[in-house]
Design a protein around this ligand. Structure first.
Ligand SMILES: [Zn+2]
Length: 356
């Protein structure tokens, strides 16, 4: 397995969205989805290496993680439900996760009702937003948008089409994103993807939107470093593992009517035992549910609509003491290869979370 870091800079307004409301197209989502990045990288090389690209769609070797914004060198991450801000003074706070789990175990929903400045009942969860940690302090950060208006042009009259004014609410140029590409074989080199310095993604490509400068570097010891980090967390937390969703999470289960999806990770190893909380009806503190669908870049066939848990959702597990060595290695691998089906399109990407 090879791990590549992906740095991106938005060069022209960027719109990634699945919905259009009237004549307005607005960028949506907290992060750039793996399947959009996958298309941005593999689409242009199809002409040169058609067989290789088709082979990649049948037997994926490349895993495109969701890419998150970077502000002033700080990585944004999706907030979980135990991160709060005050609606009056804006002060932010992160509830100690392990205390929160104790509360859940006792059948209570952990709550914060007073902010550090004494404002009562003014606390909202930050779940659904992006946050950064600055010197150990939590800050909410959301991206800047730019609005672009465009007139529909009638091809035959060569003039403005009556009542066709489009508005694009796009991510602003100069924003930076960071992502990860994992290669289980040698596809990055064979398709010369490491040499690319630009991709195009999202809507309005013919209008010049969605141009992104990219820089790809091989991360030699990413797997070892991650395995050591997880080993430290296992020791520090007595075997408790909290996974934070960085993408939509869904698992496949077999039921009486065939396969169905559910908003929990599937194919988790035996030694990773879910900590079930009766009050949560499972081992997850979810940010919310999300529908997902996409189009295959190769055959343009619609992929099925799936329901998953949104980025920022937390999943709680326990690892027995005699499995800690294996677990740190396996979890580090899964951090890069994903925790279930559709990882190659950037679904089921999670990280082992710890409160710093
Ligand atoms: Zn306050």
């Amino acid at each position: 397995m090879k791990v590549y870091s992906l740095r991106m800079r938005v060069e022209t307004p960027l719109i990634c969205t699945e919905e259009q409301i009237g004549n307005v197209l607005k960028h949506s989502g907290l992060y750039l989805r793996g399947h959009a990045l996958r298309g941005g990288f593999l689409g242009p090389v199809y002409r040169e290496y058609p067989d290789e690209v088709i082979e990649e769609s049948r037997n994926p070797q490349l895993i495109f993680h969701p890419a998150y914004l970077v502000f002033e060198g700080l990585d944004t991450k999706p907030a979980h439900v135990f991160m709060y801000s005050c609606k009056i003074c804006g002060v932010t706070e992160e509830r100690d996760l392990y205390e929160a789990m104790d509360e859940l175990q006792k059948g209570r929903i952990p709550e914060v009702t007073v902010c550090q400045n004494g404002h009562v009942f003014s606390i909202k969860t930050l779940a659904g937003s992006l946050v950064v940690k600055k010197n150990g302090h939590l800050e909410e950060r959301n991206p800047e948008f730019t609005s672009v208006k465009s007139i529909g042009i009638n091809r035959f009259l060569k003039g403005a089409e009556h009542k066709m004014l489009y508005e694009y609410v796009a991510l602003s140029p100069d924003l930076e994103f960071k992502g990860v590409i994992v290669d289980l074989g040698d596809k990055m080199e064979r398709l010369k993807l490491t040499e690319r310095n630009e991709i195009r993604i999202g809507r309005g490509l013919t209008r010049g939107f969605g141009r992104i400068g990219v820089k790809i570097d091989l991360e030699e010891d990413a797997l070892d470093k991650e395995s050591e980090r997880i080993a430290r967390i296992l020791h520090k937390r007595g075997g408790t593992i909290v996974l934070r969703a960085l993408s939509t999470i869904c698992g496949l289960r077999r039921g009486p009517k065939g396969l169905f999806t559910e908003p929990f990770p599937s194919s988790i190893d035996e030694w990773l035992k879910p900590i079930e909380f009766q009050i949560l009806n499972g081992n997850a503190a979810m940010v919310g549910l999300e529908e997902f669908s996409g189009f295959s870049n190769i055959d343009r066939l619609p992929t099925p609509r799936l329901v998953g848990a949104r980025a920022g959702s937390l999943f709680f597990y326990k690892v027995d003491r005699n499995h800690w060595d294996d677990a740190s290695k396996k979890l580090a691998e899964r951090r890069f290869t994903g925790f279930g089906p559709f990882s190659c399109s950037g679904l089921n990407i999670m990280e082992v979370y710890d409160v710093e």
